[in-house]
Design a protein around this ligand. Structure first.
Ligand code: CTP
Length: 445
């Protein structure tokens, strides 16, 4: 029996895929089809697939051409599969001509003609797009636009900055079609808004965008009071709009996996979370300006608040803050949370440097995430018996903003989207900021 194997993503299954499977099947008696997993696609930078792995497998199955379907999970698996299944022919479309010649050592390699005029990329481009208008064109917006290009269906359609000169420079650099003179012009040219303006302007811009019927992705910190956060969520819910906070760590592959592992009780009960985010900052920076809500808490606290609330829940009993002040702002703050069955703490700083790692302690072991933990692709689970220790790697590509943009677009375009940061977690983050601003349990060093 002659065995043939072929591989693909098979996203938005189309005639080109069918023709290729048919041609591959005709080469032998038994066809094995390898379908890439979502994780493997992510790892090789293909993060814009529309169908998940189960849907893609179902589409291949529905052709009736595959005698066996395997999932492709890692680089180098093709050789393993060829040997494992005793494959005679490896077949692939002619767009890969030459690329897989190295497999000739293991079986015959055949490049099959590709069907002209159709591809998953083309079909994805024909799907509805989310036109994003940007409010605020500071440094984070400069990082956001190139990252958005990796996300299927995301189009940056307009930008607004009260400083017209800055806005023009920004729009010119990224070829953004509409250089909006005011918010009305911005809203007329988008169906979603990314708010990357200074912290203290977030509430007004989010409210204005929601009232204009736009989905919102707001940079961190979201807002500085629980009441404001509640009001904004209420507007979003009434108008059936997506309201998301752009806390990039929450959307990264490593953080998502760490969350699932902890919920699977890999270290037993979680008893303590500690995380640090400190960035030594120039004294002239707006980040240290008290008139602009500057300081370590407002700049950095949302990062460690994320794992604390994710791993322990948002229902803390109390918090004490210990701050080192300079020119009216905290250049360093340590916060300690008491939960019913756990404790958490974080260190944030703009004028004090610490190790930027995170540890999560449990009754069976602990997790160590090295600095910078908030954009890590790696963590370790450690036990008393070191032989049981395990290292986990997950890709984190470039700036990592693409993950949150992808989720924002998915939340708008697909029903039943599961939010990585819940409403209650965002409300509680605002509450922590509010407690701090009101000086509740704040001790100055
Ligand atoms: N294929 C083909 N003809 C097409 C499109 C794809 O023969 N018009 C073949 C590819 O050469 C490959 C298989 O189908 O052997 C699976 O390809 P895949 O990458 O999943 O499909 P594409 O449509 O090429 O996807 P993309 O646009 O994301 O690259």
């Amino acid at each position: 029996m002659k065995k043939v194997i072929t591989y693909g993503t098979y996203d938005l299954f189309h005639q080109g895929h069918y023709n290729l499977l048919k041609r591959a099947k005709d080469l032998g008696d038994y066809l094995i089809v390898g379908v890439t997993t979502d994780n493997f696609d992510l790892e090789r930078g293909k993060m814009n697939t529309c169908n998940n792995v189960m849907e893609r497998i179902e589409a291949v199955k529905a052709t009736g051409l595959a005698d066996q379907i395997v999932i492709e999970e890692y680089c180098g698996q093709k050789i393993d599969d060829i040997q494992k299944y005793g494959v005679d022919i490896f077949a692939i479309g002619s767009d890969w001509e030459g690329y897989f010649d190295y497999l000739n050592e293991f079986c015959q390699v055949v490049y099959l003609p590709r069907t002209q005029g159709i591809s998953s990329t083309q079909l994805r481009q024909e799907r509805p797009t989310v036109n994003i208008g940007i409010i605020g064109t500071g440094s984070i917006a400069f990082r956001f636009v190139p990252e958005s290009k990796n996300v299927n269906s995301a189009v940056i359609s307009a930008a607004y900055n009260p400083d017209m000169g800055e806005n023009m420079v920004f729009c010119e650099k990224y070829q953004i079609p509409v250089v909006a003179n005011d918010l009305d012009e911005l809203y007329a040219n988008c169906n979603a808004v990314y708010i990357a303006s200074p912290h203290y302007t977030h509430y007004d811009y989010v409210k204005s965008a929601l009232l204009a019927g736009k989905h919102v992705l707001c940079e961190t910190p979201f807002v500085f009071s629980m009441a404001q956060a509640e009001e904004l969520y209420q507007i979003a819910e009434e108008k059936k709009l997506v309201l998301m906070v752009a806390l990039k760590t929450a959307y990264t592959p490593a953080f998502g996996h760490l969350f699932s592992l902890l919920k699977s009780r890999i270290i037993g009960d979680v008893v303590e979370v500690n995380a640090s985010v400190t960035t030594l900052t120039d004294e002239s920076s707006e980040k240290l300006d008290c008139k602009h809500f500057g300081g370590s808490m407002s700049e950095n606290a949302c990062f460690p608040l994320l794992p604390i609330f994710k791993f322990l829940g948002a229902d803390y009993r109390n918090i004490n803050f210990y701050s080192k002040m300079k020119n009216g702002v905290d250049i360093f703050t340590k916060a300690v949370f008491r939960f019913d069955h756990a404790v958490a703490s974080f260190q944030v700083g703009l004028g004090v440097k610490t190790e930027g790692c995170m540890t999560v302690a449990g009754t069976k072991g602990y997790v160590y995430v090295p600095a910078p933990w908030w954009k890590t692709d790696y963590f370790e689970v450690r036990y008393e018996d070191q032989n049981l220790n395990k290292k986990y790697f997950y890709p984190f590509v470039e700036e990592g903003l693409r993950y949150e943009i992808k989720d924002f677009v998915a939340a708008i375009l697909s029903e039943g989207y599961h939010h990585q940061i819940s409403k209650i977690e965002n409300l509680k983050m605002a509450e922590v900021q509010e407690c701090y601003i009101n000086g509740i349990n704040v001790y100055r060093l």
